[in-house]
Design a protein around this ligand. Structure first.
Ligand SMILES: NC(=O)c1ccc[n+]([C@@H]2O[C@H](COP(=O)([O-])OP(=O)(O)OC[C@H]3O[C@@H](n4cnc5c(N)ncnc54)[C@H](OP(=O)(O)O)[C@@H]3O)[C@@H](O)[C@H]2O)c1
Length: 170
């Protein structure tokens, strides 16, 4: 708390969720449904879903290809405006999206246009190149991208710090 600064406060999951208009969901997949339940009603809030439905041993996704974690989260949080974001690259790049001379892309998707625009703005303020991938069903593509990121980091030995996706457009 002390190192977090004077504006920081500690509270329960429910306190934190009821405090903000925008709630960030970043839980291990097996804990996600329970975490949402303990947050209380999230109706009307923007819920940024950073999760990936990974197997515990990182060997693959436990949901796909005709469903996604993002869609499950939306079912568990009725009335919340779910926007999938921050799931396709390592947390080590969240504070610094620049890799060499390139800016990492941040893919987002969701069904509520105004919520997506708020998340796009927040994400751009962090310095990312924001890519709107469309409706929440695009989570079915964004979650396998996370799997590729994990595969490169941990199975191919790239490590967790220095790679991210970049979308090129002509
Ligand atoms: N790490 C990354 O680079 C990265 C990048 C993109 C996406 N993701 C995704 O983000 C999610 C979290 O990953 P992580 O690496 O940050 O995991 P982590 O280090 O294990 O952090 C998990 C967080 O979830 C909280 N938590 C666990 N069970 C909970 C529950 N029942 N209710 C409320 N909170 C609970 C923990 O709180 P306590 O400490 O209080 O237990 C902790 O703050 C995963 O779905 C992952 O796939 C991770």
């Amino acid at each position: 708390m002390k190192s977090a600064g004077g504006n920081a406060r500690a509270g329960t999951v429910k306190d934190a969720a009821s405090f903000g208009d925008v709630v960030v969901l970043a839980t291990p997949w097996p804990a996600t449904e329970e975490a949402i339940r303990s947050a209380g009603s999230l109706a009307g809030k923007i819920l940024i879903d950073c999760t990936n439905p990974m197997a515990a041993d990182l060997s693959g996704l436990t949901i796909g290809t005709n469903n996604s974690g993002g869609e499950e989260v939306a079912q568990w949080a009725p009335g919340a405006k779910v926007v999938k974001a921050f799931n396709t690259l390592g947390a080590g790049s969240f504070a610094n999206p620049r890799i060499g001379s390139e800016i990492a892309s941040m893919f987002i998707c969701g069904d509520d246009a105004s919520a997506k625009s708020v998340v796009a703005q927040l994400t751009a303020e962090l310095g990312f190149d924001v890519v709107d991938a469309g409706p929440l069903t695009a989570s079915r593509s964004l979650e396998p991208m996370a799997m590729l990121w994990v595969h490169l980091a941990y199975m191919q030995g790239w490590g967790p710090a220095g790679h991210a996706f970049k979308m090129l457009r002509r």
